[in-house]
Design a protein around this ligand. Structure first.
Ligand SMILES: [Zn+2]
Length: 252
């Protein structure tokens, strides 16, 4: 969490051949990301990005910087949608009710909209609550899926006392990821269909849940690699895919 997002104010415009450049040329030929504190620098950054001249490290900084500058807008939209969903979305209201029955209390105070430096849609921590990555969750529909997903983790934590942290059994995480992807609506067929083009529809829902669960398990700090993720997801698949609590069946 610490070092990834420093916005590196020391990035200079000088490159090896800079000694004889004219002021007009200066900086335009580089590939680094320039501090975005002036209109000229922002224009140069955009130009470098648009013409594929930006270095890989520069590109990473470019998007981070861009997210920071739109962060207020992203988070305000996220919070507005969150508050509406808490009142009107059937799946969110239902999950919230079931979490409350287990002694939990999820609401606007602990479902927080943030700008995330890592590429993620959201996360759950039993002490922090739910974090929504406002910079990767654009629409209200998408937010509904992400909130439902994280609420399944919260439910599992309360119901099965799973701590989805570094020291816990990876099979508990795998089980919760399978359930979260299965129940949240993230694998509605249209969702995936339009994203991935024409993929085969046979067993589509199951394949989608499995794929998403493996990716989520892989991202866990206590998972070694993709081989381990696939193995663990397979081990718990049968019991966790069919466990649709608190729903009677897959909601949609
Ligand atoms: Zn998850």
């Amino acid at each position: 969490m610490a070092e990834a997002n420093s916005s590196n104010p020391n990035t200079s415009t000088s490159t090896s051949s800079d000694t004889t450049t004219t002021p007009a040329q200066h900086g335009w030929n580089g590939s680094a990301f320039l501090p975005s504190d002036s209109w000229l620098n922002r224009t140069k950054n955009f130009y470098r990005m648009a013409t594929s001249q930006m270095s890989a490290a520069g590109a990473e900084q470019y998007w981070w910087d861009s997210d920071q500058r739109t962060s207020g807008f992203d988070c305000a939209r996220c919070e507005k949608n969150r508050d509406e969903l808490l009142k009107t979305s059937p799946i969110i209201v239902y999950m919230r009710h079931n979490i409350a029955q287990l002694g939990g209390n999820l609401g606007a105070h602990n479902i927080r909209c943030r700008t995330c430096p890592e590429k993620a849609e959201g996360g759950f921590d039993h002490e922090y609550g739910i974090r929504i990555c406002a910079n990767y969750v654009g629409t209200k529909k998408k937010l509904e899926d992400v909130m439902a997903h994280e609420m399944v983790h919260a439910y599992d934590h309360l119901r099965f006392k799973t701590n989805l942290d570094r020291d816990s059994d990876l099979r508990h995480s795998a089980c919760s990821e399978i359930r979260a992807s299965n129940l949240s609506g993230e694998c509605r067929w249209a969702n995936e269909f339009f994203k991935n083009g024409f993929m085969k529809l046979t067993n589509h829902h199951q394949e989608c849940v499995r794929r998403r669960a493996v990716l989520s398990v892989m991202a866990r700090p206590n998972c070694k690699d993709d081989v381990e993720a696939v193995k663990v997801v397979n081990e718990v698949w049968d019991s966790c895919f069919t466990d649709t609590r608190p729903f009677d069946e897959i909601y949609r």
